[in-house]
Design a protein around this ligand. Structure first.
Ligand code: PLP
Length: 401
């Protein structure tokens, strides 16, 4: 069998980033608000809003910061209840706690998407919702928006892992009131760290920008679509001047210089990532031991990893499968089985006592996660699929012996 590929490294950063970084090194102009106009962070915000098809973007230090600022910008009172899926990264409930709100967890189904019956049952008394499209799996946004719009509940999309995903042809992150994205290294665009929030709401972005650290009159460097002055935005900034705390969660020009040249690569990365994922999914789904859940009808995915459920394997067999795959060179994360996993809700002990979520728990005990960077070749994908299939065969035949 050929050697398993390295699935940890990202793609090289486009060469254009080096020139931009050299220029910044020369000038020392690393702070987004020093230049009178056209700072790399400002240009990134304009380009990102255009790419996604929305009015405003605010670049910040991480997706977690974007989620926190979204909740603050919604003006939620202390102890407001915020509904989140129980399958997400620990940063999501953490952002709710950081905003002095109380997370309410709802069940997630076997296909990694929000269980709509439990979602609806838990909506009463909730003042905001964060839809975390975990690992880029899109929950039923039509049903979610209908339920939330009917009750006037704002929806924040955690699109950290969904850049390039569409729902009925619309970009994920533009369906709710706010969309939040990550530029951490394991996401579709890699700056090591970084995040951005997008919205069409001038008041919301003005509040978020001030709280992100647009102190004094730095807000005047934030513009509307295509870098133009927008009366709505100026009025909103003037209204909120001196009214809000400054949390200083800004992005540095260096990060923006790393991100901007990657945006033109996005379409290719999405196309390759989806083709790679679907190729491995088809090979795994041909085996009785694997179930790779299908996307929802309106959803076009942009994956850089694959998730699958093991079919009818005991916990001991699931552990044996993961160990066999690892011995052959493919790291499989079973979300619920590794110690202290940050995606298993029972490890979010900072939340205090929580009701159990048996459906999500059962899913996490069998759901496997394997990285599939978009740069992998067909031959490399075959090595990964062969190893996973062989590990399952080996586990089952040992159990039968
Ligand atoms: C990565 C990730 C985050 C956190 O993003 P940071 O930029 O590291 O704060 C939040 N939610 C999901 C679904 C993620 O995948």
């Amino acid at each position: 069998m050929a050697l398993p590929p390295n699935v940890h490294d990202a793609e090289p950063i486009p060469a254009a980033a080096r020139d931009a970084i050299d220029a910044l090194m020369q000038s020392g102009d690393l702070f987004r608000y020093t230049a009178s106009e056209n700072a790399p962070v400002t240009l990134l915000e304009q380009e990102y809003a255009e790419l996604l098809g929305c009015k405003f973007a605010l670049a910040v230090s991480s997706c977690s910061a974007a989620l926190f600022l979204s909740l603050k910008a919604l003006g939620l009172p202390r102890d407001a209840r915020v509904l989140i899926p129980a399958f997400t990264f620990a940063a999501v409930p953490s952002s709710v706690v950081h905003a002095d709100c109380v997370p309410v967890l709802c069940e997630v189904a076997d296909n990694y998407r929000i269980d709509m019956a439990d979602f609806e049952a838990k909506l009463d008394g909730v003042q905001a919702v964060i839809i975390s499209h975990m690992r880029g799996h899109t929950s039923d946004m039509d049903a979610i928006m209908a339920l939330c719009d009917a009750r006037g509940i704002p929806v924040v999309e955690d699109a950290a892992h969904s850049l390039g995903t569409t729902w009925n042809g619309k970009n994920i992150g533009t369906i709710g009131k706010v969309g939040c994205f990550s530029f951490q290294s394991y996401k579709m665009v890699n700056a090591g760290e970084g995040g951005i929030l997008i919205t069409d709401d001038a008041d919301l972005v003005a509040r978020a920008a001030i709280m992100s650290g647009a102190y004094e009159h730095n807000w005047k460097k934030h513009k509307g679509p295509h870098g133009e002055n927008t009366p709505d935005l100026e009025q909103a900034f003037a209204k909120w001047q001196n009214q809000l705390p400054l949390y200083n969660l800004r992005m540095s020009n260096l990060s923006a210089a790393v991100i901007r040249p990657q945006l033109p690569e996005l379409a290719r990365r999405v196309r390759d990532g989806l083709a790679n994922h679907d190729y491995v999914a088809e090979r795994l789904n041909a085996s009785p031991f694997f179930d790779v859940p299908a996307p929802l009808d309106p959803e076009r995915r942009a994956p850089d990893s694959i998730q699958f459920n093991l079919v009818n394997l005991s916990e001991a067999q699931t552990r044996a499968f993961a160990a066999a795959a690892e011995a052959k060179g493919v790291k499989v994360q079973v979300f619920g089985l590794s110690t202290d996993n940050a995606r298993a809700f029972w490890n979010w002990q900072f939340l205090g006592e929580q009701p159990d979520l048996p459906q999500t728990r059962a899913m996490l005990m069998k759901a496997c996660d394997v990285r599939l960077p978009v740069r992998l070749t067909r031959a490399e994908l075959d090595v990964i699929a062969d190893i996973l299939l062989a590990a399952a065969e080996e586990t089952i035949s040992k159990a039968a012996a």
